[in-house]
Design a protein around this ligand. Structure first.
Ligand code: OAD
Ligand code: ZN
Length: 238
């Protein structure tokens, strides 16, 4: 591990074109559970599996249950950026990092100071009426009960991508462009299980692909450097 961190330190010190691509594991050190770890959301008991509740058809069919789950499990109040978020923001400020591409919806990269954040799966911090598109503050959903309704009668929902919904074309194409042009691509805190996001790794053509994840991923064999550890602990050593 020491040797791997030393190499990562050298690659990142020398580069002004780092791109980071991450997932839920980036925020576990901020106290937000991920999805697929043993203590992740998918292993907690709820009436329906999260993949089901977080789908567009379930949202349509049973919005009351959707919002109960959403408020209970996906809204984390008071979470703060950890060492991983802070290091990435620092690198951007120093002109070393071009973009953070994230599957997370928690807004912690922005809270840490990152500016170019491509949120593939949207954000809990933006909400809108599904019918008339009027924007609403997040408190309208988070602090209410039952199904939040707009004056027009439509349901007010978070701007997050549910299963069965497509990703934003512009965010996806920008992410592809940053990754294609990256010198160092650091992928961290993601099980690389959910497509199309997981497929972004295939657009990288360089020879400095770094994977930092607690557990093994299906892409470990593609990486030039694999570090199995906590991303905040690893990045804070750089
Ligand atoms: P997962 O929960 O699938 O994967 C998180 C990964 O992070 C796991 O492989 C963990 O081992 C690892 N991990 C946890 N804590 C870590 C830490 N401190 N340092 C390093 N690694 C750590 O989360 P994602 O890959 O982000 O989609 O999941 C992708 C998508 O699945 C999510 O965006 C969400 C979910 O369904 C939607 O909601 C649309
Ligand atoms: Zn409306």
């Amino acid at each position: 591990m020491e040797e791997a961190i030393a190499r990562l330190r050298q690659w990142t010190a020398e580069s002004d074109n780092i791109v980071f691509f991450g997932g839920a594991g980036v925020s576990t050190e901020s106290g937000i559970p991920d999805f697929r770890s043993v203590d992740g959301l998918y292993h907690q008991t709820y009436r329906f599996p999260p993949e089901t509740i977080l789908s567009h058809s379930f949202f349509k069919h049973d919005p009351a249950e959707f919002f109960a789950f959403y408020r209970d499990k996906l809204i984390v109040q008071d979470a703060k950026p950890n060492a991983a978020h802070l290091k990435l923001a620092q690198w951007e400020q120093e002109g070393k990092l071009k973009a953070v591409v994230t599957q997370n919806i928690d807004g912690l990269h922005q809270m840490a100071g990152s500016k170019t954040v491509l949120e593939l799966h949207g954000s809990v911090h933006r909400c809108y009426c599904e019918k008339c598109r009027k924007p609403y503050p997040e408190a309208f959903i988070n602090e209410g009960t039952g199904v939040p309704r707009c004056a027009c009668g439509g349901i007010v929902r978070p701007d997050v991508v549910l299963y069965e919904e497509g990703l934003d074309d512009k965010i996806m194409s920008d992410s592809i462009r940053y990754i294609q042009n990256a010198e160092v691509l650091i992928i961290g805190g993601t099980s690389l299980n959910v497509y199309p996001a997981a497929g972004l790794i295939n657009y990288y053509h360089g020879d400095k692909l770094v994977l930092i994840n607690l557990s093994e991923t299906p892409a470990d064999h593609l990486a030039n450097l694999v570090i199995h550890g906590k991303i905040g602990e690893v990045l804070s050593q750089l």
